[in-house]
Write a protein that binds this ligand. Sequence first.
Ligand code: 5AD
Length: 452
Amino acid sequence: MLETTPERSRAGGARSKSFYIETFGCQMNVHDSEKVAGVLLGRGYRPAENPAQADLVLYNTCSIREKAAQKVFSRLGEFKSASKEKLIGVLGCVAQQEGEEIFERAPWVSLVCGSASYRKLPELVAEIEAGGRRVTGLDLDTDETFETEITRRDNPYRAYLTIIEGCDYGCAFCVVPRTRGPERSRPSSAILNEARRLADSGYTEIQLLGQTVNSYRDPSPRGMGFVELLREVTAVRGIRRVRFTTSHPNDFTRDTVAAIDSTPALCDHIHLPVQSGSTKVLRAMRRTYTREEYLEKIFWIRSAQRPISITSDIIVGFPGETETDFDETMSLLEQVQYDALFSFKFSPRPNTQALDLTDTVPEEEKGRRLSILQEHQRQIQIARNETLVGTTQEVLVDAQHTARGQWAGRSTSNRVVNFTSPRENLLGEYVSVKVFRAGPNSLVGEHVLQPI
Ligand code: 5AD
């Protein structure tokens, strides 16, 4: 239960202080907020239900695609008058990118901290509590990961677990190396201890996280590689499902497919962002692989004994992308038959190499390409999901839609499955669902009471 009593004391006052974190962006950001919440709980803060009731309001920002900075500044503007009673902090990618500029444009902000400095958060929070007005954590030059004693996990069924932070690739479009810092893997013992603690506290599904999760290299003497780590995490007693995201195609090796084939607890899903189907554009993007090399990896996955679902990210309208290049992306879609796709119009980001390229594709044309791509992908998903009608899927139930009389959860391939059941109290349970209908984004079925 969250506290609802409004507290008007300034952080640092005698009464228990409260915090509220608003999070934008990817799973890594969501999980960072969970860890930041853990740090604050460890310092005696309690969660507030909304920003108005909180003594400390933190914005965990994302700048991967949109003009995020403007949005953050306008959101911060809403807190100008309230800032006499509360402390305001900006975390994440926009914090890292804009740095001290934030204090200039929004002087009521007290804390600006990028993710590579979260390990210093306890000290930074102590500084604000002691009356510090312009506290920053903007160092990118780190080889440490963000370890926390407590992490407040917001999803009671699927736990995120970071295995690697930052990124050493230099993709021309991407802010991540500049906002999250260099790649650094966590020692395997820390990861496995956390996995055991998660299992002990009742979690059965773990999602391993990293910007390039499969570049994992254990820095401790045990020297585990990614696949060995996968096997160890799945071996933790009580863990029934292990997922991982995001894999970089360059580091994707055949033994990951072999591990999925031989380890039922490893989910049959791989997110393998391709970004473009044209080798020319891939080169301009500095993605380090060609279309053919990527397709070879897809072939490995498709050759598995277990069907493995494949999802991807695509950018349309990268500088220099011609109609022919775009056609190659369309033909790649046709060839791969992705189970789901996240697709975006290219947008120039600060401090990236693509900023130096001329943004040749007009906005309207980017939009046209994106709609063609998304419509084609929709048809692919309808067809792929229809092949699952009549099958029985194991679903981890994570939601109940009382109004619709339905339950919902995810299959191991990460599909959303909505279903009816004569039973009650299914949240957190693994159930067998017979699929009788399919749409582009979900399956519909009914609970079958005998095991799969
Ligand atoms: N423009 C458009 N899309 C981008 N992405 C990353 N940077 C950009 C950008 N500048 C997309 C990529 C990445 C996903 C998380 O966001 O597809 O894989």
